[in-house]
Design a protein around this ligand. Sequence first.
Ligand SMILES: Nc1ncnc2c1ncn2[C@@H]1O[C@H](COP(=O)(O)OP(=O)(O)OP(=O)(O)O)[C@@H](O)[C@H]1O
Ligand SMILES: [Mg+2]
Length: 349
Amino acid sequence: MVDMEPTKTIQIKRRHSSHEDAVGTLTIDDPRLDGYRPDPAIVQQYVSRKMPNGMTDIEYCMAVWRGDETLGCPARENLMFVGDTQGGKTMLVNVLACKIGEEMGLGVPVPVFTLSASNGITDFDLFGQDKPWTNPETGTDHIVWLPGLADMAARVGGILYIDEANMMPERVTSSLHPLCDYRRMFVNRNKAVKVPGDGFVADVVQANPDLWIVGTMNPNYRGAGPLNEAFSERFRWLLWDYDQAVETKLIPNDAVRTLGTALRQLRELGKIRTPTGTATLMRMVRDVHRDGVDMALYVLRSKFTADERPYVDEVIESRSFKVLIANAAEHRHPLSGSGEHVMDEESPF
Ligand SMILES: Nc1ncnc2c1ncn2[C@@H]1O[C@H](COP(=O)(O)OP(=O)(O)OP(=O)(O)O)[C@@H](O)[C@H]1O
Ligand SMILES: [Mg+2]
């Protein structure tokens, strides 16, 4: 049986909505949002990079989050990180959620409402929709209002995280325009609100001042195009290439790092398409220690396509990477394994 009586599963604080909803609230520190919060342990695992102005990435991003009235810099200016795969962009967004939670004195990270653009998002994901729900206690079916992620973020605050932003269809980015620019609002055309007298209007939502919109994108993502110009103009852009100083800390085996540089150069030359991210090289160092060099190289090679593998093998063999990596792992070579000395990364061939 479908009971068409609307039932609200999650009631949202709507102090910023033009139409006050008297029932229930959902605040930024509400335990019901704990599923959207990152694990604060991530902060300890994160290795910061230095920005060109001498600040760490966290210091700089937090300064953007705070804004600076004297300079006319708006608080919570939208940020877009652009860089190749597995370079720490998503991790940084989660670290920032922890730092903001600390700065706001919440005792928990702020929620990160993630829109995964590569999953084919629609306006329903952004703005909500009616969904069937079965009450487990009574077995009765209801139609309930399931809020959209942009809607929740706009009302509650925290981070609205647009992952793989360049995979978003244009009609979706344009739906986000008013929320992303100075208007900081949107008209939720999926949601009817009763107005006094006869009739209904679409819900108008003014964003909570604690909403921060952060995007990440990978320019080389297969199937992605450039970001729509009007949408991209609404963001401060930060290029997030692989960072040598960060990788020196995360990948203590110098020979593995040099192999990474060689593989990235092969990609820049157009010989291979598969990227070699920071995470792949970190995994390789762990593999070398646990399983030995042969197994680690086997796992690394498995990542590449059959037509790429001859190029990869040539690099590995011509530079004797097997020996270099083993030596570095055993600290036998004076120029490797210390994490301090870097072999000639400029000419890895
Ligand atoms: N600065 C860093 N500090 C610690 N770990 C890092 C850092 N950068 C990358 N890593 C490692 O790389 C992994 C992948 O990072 P992350 O998912 O944030 O990359 P990404 O840039 O979002 O990649 P993609 O574009 O594929 O989504 C992390 O889980 C972590 O293990
Ligand atoms: Mg990511």
